[in-house]
Structures are given as structure tokens and as C-alpha cells.
Design a protein. Structure first.
Length: 580
């Protein structure tokens, strides 16, 4: 039996009851959502990223009328997700708890994205019909007409993606960006790939959500421009009006940024930039981790299968260009320190559509000249789907096994410390620290950022080449001390105890963390004064003579005999609270 069966239903085939197609789509989306929410449930039911709390603080300051600032009176753009911040500010203004709202909204947007993927192939129907007519023959696609099957497979693959579920619970703008990019690409004219008004509007919102939104828009607009070679100048102008309007809207945003913050790019751009060679090396390692982690491998194999079956002149080549240019940009900027390829997640819906197409095309790759029995074709497609789903899910599931302990040691601990510091320190006390998310958010205290995400000076100092961790390479201990913070919280929050310790000594609990009910899990115990160590980007603070002269260690009780070790400025040299 031949595999040369049209993917696109004929008029007669469309007489099959539509409810069967709808049932298939609904069942696939339901199964995908089950997989998505189950994977997300393996993490604590609150924002898991400390960086998310930076956006939360900006959002609440905006909601309270203090402007888009981290510290009132200091205009520094320490975020790269304006639309996300504004959305959260609006929800907080309506009475929502910001972290909880961010967590639930991210999950909701992830679910919407899965539903959008299920209808994506149907939008490509005119494009594929044009391809079939141009060739004058039926291509060997799948065993039966299957735009709905293709969409169902794409939804299932996205639901299986652990990277997608993981970044949906971080509290950041990742799934918002995925929804907007999906809408922008779905709204493209299926024949000409022209960005109409809906697509242009979605791209504008994406550009306001993440800086790479501009790059994705320019790639799509350039791909469309290259397809207008034989059109008149007037037609070209008419076709590009939505694109011009989108660029004008983004230009207005840039003008506002320069007026409000005084810079053309956000402060985080400076804080995370190192030497180009170092960034490229970091970016290559980031992309390699994405490939080895399963998601990138699935995308690479899918693109190869599609190219082999459909040929190099396939009209679906523009998604390959989109993925390639985006990957090149990630390499150039160096990626980040988040696992599971956060920067690639906004294009995960497109990748899922391509991976699903590759799964249904594999039989055509195996049997080019002769047909195969339907059961065998279905079996091959099913095995391909299972392999792709496993590659997307299993590496992340393995990582999720230690998720609760990692959350407790870092974000969970910082959430608890922020709440304790709020009750222990007077309002207006200035603190300096490296993790500037949860601790400043919950304490509400004026904060100096040791790593420069929310500090314009530190963000512009030369990167320390001895530090490999992206986003942790800028530091200036002398400057931090010149700001005269009242309290220094170093070492990501040093948890100690005096239980059964020698006089004057402290036990250090480097892996101590707080689980969801604020219960402390101590872990390993070390001798602080003998085995304690500084973080590499805080060493210049402790080595500075000013630190030894005016700062003394202090202890803040936590629970069950455990305490926070921090450093307090001596009263006689402390500045008036609330001043720099």
C-alpha cells in the first residue's frame, strides 16, 4: 500500500463528521495539559526563581505610585520584561498577591499556548495546498489526511516538554512571551507569511515583554520582504504598513526608556555582558546544554527530517531561519544560568509543531519508493512520538527529583529571610546583598545590589573573567562600601548555630534551607570560622580595609537555635537611615 496519501483532506473527506476532529483535538489538548500540570506540580506551588521577585518589587512600586523603580527615587531598569511587570502591577492594584498571581498566570498562559499549538497546522493548510499544486503531485506525508492529527501531536509534545513546564513555574515572563510569539506567528498570512495587523500587534507586545521580540519580528519581516521581489512599489508599501506601525510603536517605547531611565537598553544588558569571546564561549555551552538536555536534540532531528523529506526549497524554511537566528543571538549574548534553556522556551511551541511534523513524516523517509502497511506506518509514527516525548520530558524529570531541596536552599531560604528581616530591622534600613529578589521584596528595605542588576554603576564595571557564572561577573566592593549600607547579607545568607559549639565559635550550615511551611532543613554542618568561605564576587568586600574597620558580625535569631549571620555597620559610623 502506498504512502502517497494527501495530508490535506479532500472535499469528500471533509464530510467525515467534524465532531470527530474536535474530539481528537480536545482529547489531545487534555492529555497535554495533564502532562504539563503534572510536571509543573513537581515544583513548589509558588514562583521558583529569585529573579522573579525583582519584577514583583518593580510591579508593586508601580502599583503604589512610586514608578517603575526598584528603590524609590532611583531610576534603574533592572528588569527586561516591561509588559509582565505592568500586568502584575495591574493585578496587584486589583488586590492580588503578586507572587501567587504570577505563578497562576504563568501556568494559565502555558495552557493557552498548548491549545494554540493544536490548531497551528490548520493555519498552514493554504500553504501546504499551494505546495502540492506547485509540484503537481501528492507528497508522501503520512498514512491519512491529518492536519488535526499533526496539531494534536504538537500539543502533546509541548505538554511533554519539561523545560516548558519548569519555566512556567518560575514566576517570570517566559510563558507570556511564548503565547505572544505563537499568536504573532499564527496570525501571519499563511500564503505570503505577511505580518498583518494582528500579527504586528502581537509582535509589539512580544517586544515589550522580552528584548529578543524585536529580533524575531525583524527576521519575519525580512523573510516576507524577500518574497516581494515581483510586486509593485505601491503593493510593497501597502503590505508593510503593519510592520512600519509596529516599528513606530517600538520606537515610542525606546524614546520613553531614554526619557525615563536615560539609556537606550536596560541596565540588565550591562550587568550580564562580558567580553565577546567569553560570552560566545558561554553561549555555545548554553546551546550545547540545551541540545544535550533533549529539547535541542529534538528540534535538530526534526529540522533534518523535514529537510530530507520536503527538500531544501520547502516553504517551511522560514521557521528554520527563525530558530537559527535566535540560536545565534543566544550564543552572542552568552545565555544565562537558568537550566533547561530558558531563552529557547518562547519558541518551544514552534519547535513542537516542527517536531510533530517530523514524526508524521518519518515513514515517508523510510519508504521513499514503496508503500508500507498502515499498521506499520502508525507504529513508526507512534514510536517517533514516544521517543520525542521522552527526550523532552525525561532529562527534566530527572532534574526535578532534587527540585524541592534546591528551592529550599535558595529561593525558599531567601523568602523566609526577607520576612524575618522585615520584622527585625527598622524601616529604611539599607541592606546590601547579592540575591536581590525575594529578600528585598519581602523585607521592603532599600537595597544595594552587589551584582549590579539593579545598580547602574556596578552593571558597567568590567566583568571579572575568573567568574564563569553568567550574570554574576560584575562586582565592585569598594563602591558597595562607599554607599554605606547599614547591613551586609553576604554568602547568600549564612545560616549558623551555637548549639554545642566551642565558645566564640559557630556551626555553619551551608546547605540549610526552608521548605514550603517555613520549616528549616539544616543539612551539612561545618565550622564557620575555620571552613567558611566567601562568594567569589563578594571577596573584594571582605578584603577591603573599610569592611574590617566599620562592620561587625551580628546574629539574627531564626528558629530552633538557628541564626542568620550578617554584618552590621558600627553605630558611630552609620549614616542616617534611608540615605546613601
Amino acid at each position: 500500500m502506498s504512502l502517497h496519501v494527501n495530508l490535506l483532506p479532500t472535499r469528500q473527506q471533509r464530510r467525515v463528521p467534524c465532531y470527530l476532529e474536535n474530539v481528537l483535538r480536545v482529547v489531545a489538548v487534555a492529555l497535554a495539559l495533564v502532562a504539563f500540570f503534572w510536571q509543573a506540580s513537581r515544583y513548589p506551588a509558588q514562583p521558583n526563581s529569585d529573579d522573579a521577585y525583582i519584577s514583583f518589587r518593580y510591579a508593586e512600586n508601580l502599583a503604589h505610585g512610586q514608578g517603575l523603580v526598584f528603590n524609590p527615587g532611583e531610576r534603574v531598569e533592572g528588569y527586561t520584561n516591561l509588559l509582565w511587570v505592568v500586568l502584575l502591577a495591574g493585578l496587584h492594584r486589583l488586590g492580588a498577591d503578586t507572587p501567587r498571581a504570577a505563578y497562576l498566570l504563568s501556568l494559565l498562559l502555558g495552557a493557552i499556548t498548548i491549545a494554540l499549538v493544536s490548531v497551528w497546522p490548520a493555519r498552514l493548510a493554504p500553504l501546504l495546498q499551494g505546495l502540492a499544486r506547485a509540484e503537481g503531485k501528492v507528497r508522501p506525508w503520512v498514512d491519512r489526511p491529518g492536519l488535526v492529527v499533526w496539531g494534536a501531536a504538537g500539543a502533546l509534545l509541548l505538554g511533554c516538554s519539561h523545560a516548558f513546564a519548569f519555566h512556567a513555574v518560575q514566576g517570570l515572563e517566559t510563558t507570556l512571551m511564548a503565547v505572544l510569539v505563537s499568536v504573532a506567528l499564527l496570525a501571519l498570512n499563511p500564503r505570503s507569511r505577511r505580518p498583518g495587523w494582528v500579527s504586528a500587534a502581537a509582535f509589539v507586545l512580544a517586544m515589550l515583554t522580552r528584548p529578543e521580540g524585536l529580533l524575531l519580528f525583524l527576521v519575519v519581516a525580512a523573510a516576507f520582504a524577500l518574497s516581494l521581489e515581483n510586486t509593485s512599489r505601491r503593493a510593497r508599501f501597502h503590505e508593510f504598513v503593519p510592520c512600519a506601525a509596529a516599528l513606530a510603536a517600538y520606537g515610542c517605547f525606546l524614546a520613553w526608556r531614554v526619557w525615563y531611565y536615560g539609556t537606550l537598553v536596560p541596565n540588565t544588558f550591562f550587568a550580564k555582558r562580558a567580553a565577546l569571546a567569553a560570552d560566545v564561549a558561554s553561549g555555545i555551552a548554553y546551546v550545547a546544554d540545551w541540545v544535550v538536555g533533549g529539547s535541542g536534540a529534538v528540534v535538530a532531528v526534526a529540522c533534518l527530517v523535514i529537510a530530507l523529506v520536503l527538500g531544501c526549497r520547502v516553504v517551511l524554511a522560514w521557521p528554520f531561519l527563525l530558530l537559527g537566528v535566535h540560536a545565534a543571538a543566544v550564543v552572542t549574548t552568552g545565555g544565562d544560568f537558568f537550566p533547561l534553556g530558558r531563552f529557547f522556551v518562547p519558541l518551544a511551541p514552534l519547535a513542537a509543531v516542527l517536531a510533530a511534523l517530523a514524526c508524521v513524516l518519518i515513514p515517508a523517509l523510510l519508504w521513499r519508493s514503496s508503500g508500507a502497511p498502515r499498521p506499520l506506518v502508525w507504529a513508526v509514527q507512534g514510536v517517533a512520538m514516544l521517543a520525542a516525548g521522552a527526550a523532552l520530558a525525561v532529562p527534566g524529570l530527572h532534574q526535578a527529583g532534587s527540585a524541592e531541596a534546591e528551592y529550599a536552599q535558595f529561593t525558599g531560604k531567601w523568602v523566609h529571610l526577607g520576612r524575618v528581616l522585615k520584622g527585625a530591622l527598622p524601616a529604611g534600613t539599607t541592606i546590601a546583598l547579592s540575591p536581590v529578589g525575594a529578600i528585598p521584596y519581602f523585607s521592603g528595605l532599600p537595597t544595594i545590589d552587589i551584582l549590579g542588576l539593579t545598580d547602574a554603576h556596578v552593571a558597567r564595571v568590567p566583568a571579572d573573567p575568573t567568574i564563569a557564572r553568567k550574570g554574576h561577573q560584575k562586582h565592585d566592593g569598594a563602591y558597595i562600601l562607599s554607599r554605606k549600607p547599614t547591613v551586609l547579607v553576604l554568602g547568600n545568607g549564612v545560616i549558623v548555630s551555637r548549639d554545642r559549639a566551642r565558645p566564640g565559635e559557630l556551626w555553619w550550615w551551608p546547605n540549610a534551607g526552608f521548605v514550603a511551611d517555613s520549616r528549616l532543613v539544616p543539612g551539612q554542618r561545618l565550622d564557620w570560622w575555620r571552613e567558611g568561605r566567601s562568594l567569589s564576587y563578594e571577596a573584594d568586600i571582605e578584603a577591603n580595609p573599610e569592611f574590617a574597620r566599620v562592620y561587625r558580625p551580628a546574629l539574627l535569631p531564626l528558629q530552633d537555635g538557628f541564626e542568620l549571620l550578617f554584618w552590621r555597620r558600627l553605630p558611630e559610623s552609620a549614616p542616617r537611615l534611608g540615605t546613601r
